[in-house]
Ligand binder design. Sequence first.
Ligand SMILES: *[C@@H]1O[C@H](CO)[C@@H](O)[C@H](O)[C@H]1NC(C)=O
Ligand SMILES: *[C@@H]1O[C@H](CO)[C@@H](O)[C@H](O)[C@H]1NC(C)=O
Ligand SMILES: *[C@@H]1O[C@H](CO)[C@@H](O)[C@H](O)[C@H]1NC(C)=O
Ligand SMILES: *[C@@H]1O[C@H](CO)[C@@H](O)[C@H](O)[C@H]1NC(C)=O
Length: 331
Amino acid sequence: MKLWRWLLSCLLRSLADGACAEPAAAEKGAGGSPELPFPGPSAAGSAREREDALRKSFKRIMHLNLLSSNDNITAFYGINQFSHLYPDEFKAIYLQSRPFKVPKYTPGVRLNGTETPLPAKFDWRDHNVVTQVRNQETCGGCWAFSVVSGIESVYAIKKKVLEELSVQQVIDCSYNNYGCHGGSTVQALIWLNQTGEKLVRDSEYPFKDQTGLCHYFSQSTFGVSITDYVSYNFSGQEDEMMKMLVEWGPLAVIVDAVSWQDYLGGIIQYHCSSGEANHAVVITGFDRTGDIPYWIVRNSWGRSWGIDGYAHVKIGSNMCGIADEVSAVFV
Ligand SMILES: *[C@@H]1O[C@H](CO)[C@@H](O)[C@H](O)[C@H]1NC(C)=O
Ligand SMILES: *[C@@H]1O[C@H](CO)[C@@H](O)[C@H](O)[C@H]1NC(C)=O
Ligand SMILES: *[C@@H]1O[C@H](CO)[C@@H](O)[C@H](O)[C@H]1NC(C)=O
Ligand SMILES: *[C@@H]1O[C@H](CO)[C@@H](O)[C@H](O)[C@H]1NC(C)=O
């Protein structure tokens, strides 16, 4: 049984009779502490601490849901695989993107003169150029997941072949970042553009959930290198940003994802400031057909998080700071 499920049933029981026993020995890990779905140093601690964290999650979720009003459009929040973590623990593991100042976008840059009207709905997933959602586990390498996902898609758009490329290679080899302890998408792109490093297949250099030594491959090994990239601040210009997405491919962006700990689905319109960017993700599309237009955002927390691993974020008010640091790559 997953620990968070146990904690949930335990919490519900304890709300009823005020008692909650320690988990049975069989449910404890080797070190005597309970087995967590995402084990890691920050996720350690006694069952009682986990129970307390879960109780706090309940309170937080109730507050977050106050604005949802069951309309099935506004984002809703609830118990998920992160509910047993205190927000500080969650942040220490999952929110390890570091910001990088980028210039304000000037309309016209790189856009071809002939502007086709923007579609009401567009998603690169419909073009079969987006790989399966991955899981960064306890590695703070969201920045590498974001950049690699963008490169995979742009390569697939150009070459009509969708390859899963190595995230571990970027985590281990991008010397200007901090591996699983954090990094910046723009720094990773600077490194890739300067060195011409070829990203090999994921199967060749699989994800290990920790920073390792950089492996080198012979020139004959298949790999994808980038030829250029751009990074801009699109704040106040999300219409332009949609054009970029259609013309250039999925966009690597950073967001303030503190409230994403509890996200289950719906369009994020509240509780998401643009104050502190801390998580890197990828925008694969947008949908403007309903009352609330939204970005379709691919995360790296596995497919069980959010909407099959994705989140929907309102377009037009720099929600979560999504337009502050936007990068596109070229292969
Ligand atoms: C919201 O509810 C309506 C009516 O039940 C349904 O048709 C629609 O698909 C739902 N939308 C989402 C995003 O779940
Ligand atoms: C822009 O136009 C040039 C010249 O016509 C063409 O080669 C290029 O592929 C176009 N770029 C995009 C992104 O459509
Ligand atoms: C990326 O590298 C190419 C080739 O060296 C260079 O022309 C280009 O200016 C670089 N792009 C950026 C954004 O630095
Ligand atoms: C992006 O631009 C907006 C408006 O020009 C500005 O308020 C914001 O601070 C910028 N964001 C970053 C991260 O530089």
